[in-house]
Design a protein around this ligand. Structure first.
Ligand code: SF4
Ligand code: SF4
Length: 430
């Protein structure tokens, strides 16, 4: 089978076997949800409900303020018990009452209506960054979108929910892709899937049969094959310019779970208030793929998956490469951007001491953005930000390939991230 790819990248241990064959389960409703008002970059939502109010599942409870923003919806029915600047807490009445919005047919609605539905349903990118989809669908003045690419690569080790969505709901994924194409005016759609997902390749291949506007592209198993710029390079052989966006080469990239959620919003009138995630790792009793309500605590999700094993040492929100270590299972809540919960064991997180750089250039070879991570990290550490910016600090996608490859265990991506944060905060103060 064909395997397209990009330059650089790494081959970490994928560890997908823990959950890749597990059918998506549905978690019981939690007794209470805590829904953050800000679930992505951009402006936080403004609450539409107050303490004591009764709400139903799918009801809009926070309005998007600002251009890059998406509304939030209640994920259960019950009583609003707290509203503050950061979040809305709702206690379940156990009924899970839900009134869907008007269901529409993709054939009958206009591109503008699709964008409006995506906006009202709070659809955001479900691969991690949670960027509002309705914003992505509108090309800026003077730009044109001709291609939509669906990211079915799921190249992060351990995570398998996108794989399962493609296997279990291929029609929905394709329907979502068609909606994205109609909304953007794109005439061609691609679904890129890594070769380690044969069942997804088969299911999506069957679902697009007879449709010449959509093509399935099989990709080399390599991290970060699911990065926007890496997908565009692999599928279209186009380079997104430094500091640019996919739209600069006429493309929009979206995740397969996002496409399925968009199809749900159009055809079932269902806002984005729950999502599928992978709960996995050698530190969890029952690794699985599971649909959970937004606002559920990590603790409850972990308990629903059998709980932590005795040797569990570290919990990560997302995958091991781009995810974020979390301190407390009680204070962390599922958001629209949570793709997984990964629990590593003591053996897997043993700290290795940092040594000096031996100038082996392994980090340079691995960098999928053709950067020099060794210099970027050293400049960031020494606060030589001008020099770091000249070497395209902000073109780093924080994939972590460089840190993974470094034999001296220098925390390269961590230093680069810190450098970016310092520069951004300095610019914001000016
Ligand atoms: S410098 Fe950035 S883009 Fe390059 S490998 Fe490191 S984290 Fe990835
Ligand atoms: S991989 Fe590590 S040791 Fe090798 S050049 Fe890069 S920073 Fe230096």
């Amino acid at each position: 089978m064909e395997k397209r790819s990009f330059k650089g990248g790494i081959h970490p241990l994928y560890n997908k076997e823990l959950s890749e064959k597990k059918q998506i389960d549905v978690m019981d409703d939690p007794k209470q949800v805590v829904i953050p008002l800000q679930q992505h970059i951009g402006a936080p939502c403004e609450p539409l409900v107050s303490k004591g109010e009764q709400v139903i599942t799918g009801q809009k409870i926070g309005e998007a303020k600002g251009f890059v923003s998406a509304p939030i919806h209640s994920s259960i029915s019950g009583e609003v018990v707290d509203v503050n600047e950061e979040r809305i807490t709702i206690k379940s009445d156990g009924d899970n009452r839900f009134e869907p919005k008007e269901a529409r047919s993709l054939k009958e609605i206009s591109s503008q209506e699709i964008i409006e539905i995506a906006k009202e349903a709070g659809i955001v990118g479900m691969g991690g960054a949670a960027f509002p989809t309705h914003v992505k669908m509108k090309a800026p003045e003077g730009k044109k979108i001709d291609t939509v690419i669906l990211n079915g690569a799921e190249c992060e080790p351990y995570l398998t929910i996108d794989d399962r969505i493609m296997v279990e709901q291929p029609q929905k994924v394709v329907e979502g892709l068609k909606a994205l194409m109609k909304a953007t005016g794109a005439t061609k759609g691609y679904i890129g899937i890594e070769l380690n997902k044969p069942n997804a390749i088969e299911a999506i291949g069957n679902a697009i049969q007879g449709d010449s506007s959509v093509e399935l592209v099989t990709l080399e198993v390599k991290y970060p094959q699911g990065g926007e710029k890496q997908l565009i390079k692999a599928i279209l052989d186009k380079e997104v310019p430094v500091g640019g966006l996919p739209v600069d080469v006429g493309s929009v990239v979206s995740n397969v779970s996002t496409a399925a959620a968009l199809a749900d919003a159009i055809e079932e009138g269902k806002p984005l208030y729950e999502r599928g995630i992978t709960v996995t790792g050698n530190g969890i009793e029952k690794p699985q793929n599971i649909i959970v309500k937004v606002g559920t605590t990590f603790k409850e999700v972990v308990e629903a998956c059998g709980g932590l094993k005795d040797n569990a040492a570290k919990v990560i929100s997302g995958g091991p490469m781009m995810g974020r270590a979390i301190d407390s299972l009680d204070d962390e809540f599922i958001t629209k951007g949570t793709s997984g919960i990964l629990v590593l064991t003591e053996d897997e997180v043993r700290l290795v001491e940092e040594r000096t750089c031996i100038r082996c250039a392994r980090c340079v070879d691995a960098c999928p953005m053709s950067l020099m991570p060794n210099y970027l990290a050293a400049y960031s550490r020494k606060e030589m930000f001008k020099e770091a910016e000249e070497l395209h600090l902000f073109n780093c996608i924080e994939c972590g390939c460089c840190s993974y490859m470094c034999p001296s265990k220098i925390p390269l991506v961590h230093l680069i991230r810190q450098g970016k944060a310092e520069v951004s905060s300095k610019k914001a103060k000016k």
